[in-house]
Design a protein around this ligand. Structure first.
Ligand code: FES
Ligand SMILES: [Fe+2]
Length: 418
């Protein structure tokens, strides 16, 4: 993921070596500006990032934009129907070109001096320039883009990591959900005053869920561990899993984490940055809603509600939970050493109509509430780990194995060199 980044200097190398095995990260990991710069260069500029949905930009000229910290990127559908990404930076004197989060354009016209680019990124006009300007050498700088089950991924690196395994996994697991037949019922952006790693670490454990998410834990078995589950509960999970797996097994990743608790992810040793799995819902829950009853019409290939929850994730910036009737996709973008910009998208079937098939008042709360609870947790943790009084504590091997896995994966990325 980090092919062209030189090795860290002595100070950063010392910081990267300072993590004690099995423990949380030391203080400077959560606010050091030079480390953050290295994270941008390695993790964020080196990896595949979820940007948005192909169905958001169905027609030539439709675009969306996003900022990876200070790097603005434009994703646009070209006249040939292909989804492409470009640096959203003019080749003249560098002005940002598109300033809107999304829209439609006949051509890309830089607002500063009107240099004009086609929807394929070619410079087509630069009135007022002298003769001899080679327009063919001044097209917008491309960014790698891939689309899998209508999820658009981009990579800023000149040599992106292989995408094929990810494509195969997401296509196999994601196809039944019908992302290509979905639409966004609502999206919400959240500015979280916390380092992006705190957000991931919190996402990778449910140790906090009983106290932190009283509504969330009723719907699933994330807080159950094999050692402490009763025989009846184990039987309930096994039965629910068997029903779900019979129809919707996710090959390779396993249909679910069979012991309860969170599926193991990531895997630093295998450099595994993407997985999918499907987990059963608790008795009485047809979907992830506050009362467990359905909140919209069925999505994709689902003929009934008994599909559990499809979970897909990719580092460094994407996770989703998809039930029979809706999916909640969450995108993370870094916004400084102490800031993370989150955006959640609530997807429903493309033909579902607000007020008839779904109400936002019933669709949103489960994950909006869970999100806000998590962001609050992260804000307070940032305050604590910023303190000179913070000393990294031990991670629970039973409940925080994925936090440890995330940290090991992360360290591998930022240490990596040419
Ligand atoms: S900076 Fe874009 S036209 Fe001058
Ligand atoms: Fe949480």
């Amino acid at each position: 993921m980090t092919a062209s980044v030189p090795p860290p200097g002595p100070a950063l190398a010392a910081l990267l070596a300072s993590r004690r095995d099995g423990h949380a990260l030391p203080r400077d990991f959560y606010h050091d500006a030079s480390l953050y710069a290295r994270e941008l260069a390695t993790v964020w500029h080196g990896g595949w990032l979820f940007a948005g949905f192909a169905f958001e930009i169905p027609n030539p000229g439709d675009f969306l934009t996003l900022d990876i910290d200070a790097t603005p990127v434009l994703v646009i559908r070209g006249d040939d129907g292909a989804v492409r990404a470009f640096h959203n930076v003019c080749r003249h004197r560098g002005s940002q070109i598109c300033r809107e989060p999304a829209g439609h354009l006949r051509a890309l016209v830089c607002p500063y001096h009107s240099w004009t680019y086609s929807r394929q990124g070619e410079l087509v006009a630069c009135h007022g320039m002298h003769d001899g300007v080679d327009k063919s050498a001044l097209g917008l700088r491309p960014v790698h883009a891939e689309v899998v089950v209508d999820l658009i991924y981009i990579c800023l690196s000149a040599s992106p990591p292989p995408f094929g395994e990810m494509r195969a996994r997401f296509e196999q697991a994601g196809a039944p959900q019908g992302f290509d037949r979905a639409r966004i019922a609502k999206s919400i952006e959240y500015d979280v005053d916390a380092n992006w790693k705190l957000v991931w670490e919190n996402n990778r454990e449910c140790y906090h869920c009983l106290g932190g998410h009283p509504q969330y834990v009723k719907s699933n078995f994330d807080i159950v561990d094999e050692e402490h589950a009763s025989a009846e509960l184990r039987q309930e999970i096994a039965a629910a899993l068997a029903r779900t797996n019979a129809q919707w097994a996710v090959a390779d990743d396993g249909a679910a984490h069979p012991k309860g608790g969170l599926a193991t992810f990531p895997d630093a040793d295998r450099d595994l940055w993407h997985t999918c799995n499907r987990t059963p819902l608790a008795a009485g829950y047809a979907t992830e809603s506050l009362d467990g009853t359905r909140v919209s019409t069925l999505m994709g290939d689902y003929a009934d509600a008994d599909v559990g929850v499809l979970r897909m994730r990719s580092l460094p910036n994407f996770w989703l939970h998809a039930s029979c009737d809706h999916a909640v996709v969450t995108r993370m973008l870094p916004a400084g050493p102490r800031g993370t910009r989150m955006k959640s998208f609530w997807l429903v079937d493309q033909f579902a109509r607000e007020g008839e098939d779904y109400d936002l008042a019933r669709l949103l709360p489960f994950w909006h509430m869970t999100n806000e609870q998590d962001w609050e947790i992260c804000r307070w943790q940032q305050k604590g780990v910023d303190s000179v009084g913070y000393v990294p504590g031990p991670l629970s091997q039973r409940n925080e194995y994925n936090v440890d896995a995330f940290i090991r994966w992360y360290l591998k990325q930022v240490r990596a060199a040419a």
